[in-house]
Design a protein. Structure first.
Lengths: 168, 168
DNA sequence: AAGACACGGTTGACGCGTCAACCATAACGC
DNA sequence: GCGTTATGGTTGACGCGTCAACCGTGTCTT
């Protein structure tokens, strides 16, 4: 309602935002569509499976997995449920904390990620990385860091940690 | 299945891709969540409504709208259906082509976008644009152009659209 | 004019993502 | 110990996005 005095975008800003917006949507859907068509794994599946693959014994606590992929907990729970019925993953009880859960890659799950890794890599190269100069790669990394840093400020958990560290 | 010889990512590439991947997910969900909470409009709503707002008489042909937002046609149809029941938009018949459809902004829809525009702008500034140097803004625009160009190569339809946008 | 095909748009089914409410267990304060 | 609160995780409802099939209309070929 308030007639807020946010200053309008400069042409440079407009170009950056417009480009990013379009790229973001199309790139994400293209990568997801392609991976799904070629391997039967969605982007989300792949994220979970890679995290598990990289973990010792291919098992991870729910919480750890959540930190890894940065999802809402209900999203993770729903998705793991579906992946379990597909036989990619199994849920086990947690010994240290009986309200916790541990998820382990099945053999099928392991085979699926390993089979998909090359496809994913090739796609990321051909739609993004191979198109950029080394300077652009660095720029992209720096931009991401800046944005992620800003987002972390907002995150209540990290904020609390940061405030604690400052003795507030 | 094929043991594909895709070369692995260099550290630089890894950094760029990892950063982009994380930023993309979190930024998108943050912007969407925030807009939704403050204005009741989703990211998708906002895209449609802005396109209509910018159009002469606040009306657009379905096809034109599709070019504007670059969505699949069924997505557009579904979403416009929901927006219509919410009273943001109305569907009218098309005179030139009787299989076509024209969508017009309602007064409520117009009020909603105009009310949301400032929020959106402020959020985009505070989570992205204001964090970047002019050089980074340019870099982002160039990266986006490169990727969008690559994406356009793939899809004959999108290719045609891109050519149209450049005035052929 | 007739058939074939292309095109604009809609529909239904289904998996996904979010929110809010919830359950069980653990940790803390007294 | 006992009540309170915090935490890890699940559930249900609901809107979203995609795919494939479909419908009606225009267009092209002959």
């Amino acid at each position: 309602m308030a007639t807020n005095g946010t200053r309008p975008l400069s042409e440079r800003e407009q170009r950056a935002w417009d480009g990013y917006r379009r790229m973001q949507g199309l790139l994400a859907s293209q990568l997801n569509r392609q991976l799904l068509a070629e391997t039967g794994l969605s982007d989300a599946d792949f994220a979970i499976l890679s995290a598990l693959l990289a973990a010792p014994e291919h098992r991870l606590r729910g919480l750890a997995l959540r930190c890894e992929v940065q999802w809402e907990k209900s999203r993770l729970s729903h998705h793991l449920g579906r992946m379990q019925t597909r036989g990619l993953v199994v849920r086990e009880d947690c010994v240290e904390d009986s309200r916790g859960a541990v998820f382990r890659l099945t053999d099928a799950g392991r085979a699926a990620v390993e089979g998909a890794a090359d496809d994913r890599l090739a796609a990321v190269r051909s739609y993004l990385l191979d198109l950029l100069t080394p300077e652009q790669l660095d720029a992209l990394a720096e931009i991401s860091d800046a944005v992620l840093g800003r987002l972390a400020q907002d995150d209540p958990h990290r904020r609390a940690v940061a405030e604690l560290a400052r003795g507030t």
